[in-house]
Design a protein around this ligand. Sequence first.
Ligand SMILES: [Zn+2]
Length: 144
Amino acid sequence: MSGTQTKTEYEGLLKRLQDKLGNTSKKASSRLEIPTPQIIWVGKNTIFRNFMDFPKALRRDPEKLLLYLNKELASAGYIAGERVIFLGRKEPSSFVALIDRYIKDYIICPVCGSPDTRTEKNKKLGFLLCEACGARSSIKGNYA
Ligand SMILES: [Zn+2]
């Protein structure tokens, strides 16, 4: 992850994320409300203050989302109440980009674009089941 991203780039990413979700939800029957990640640095650590809002909004297992972020950020964050504490200083924009990717890979139905999906495991393979169109799609990654 680059350490040189500016606040403007961060806001740009946020805007793109919100635009994309806005577009998706036009087609979909329900709207995916994605909070803005609240990221602060305390000492050498990074605190994701509203982490628990994300698994709630996305209807996914907090532990899976945390595993995903830890893997991608090469960190060992742990849940502390509503927050996650990551070791090391991580760029706020990284979280926006990673959540964007997680939504694409683990939430949005590739067939109809609906965010109303749930996941299922079958012989260790992850599947995305769409509640809008009924499609069953395989999931590439291991953090469903
Ligand atoms: Zn669908």
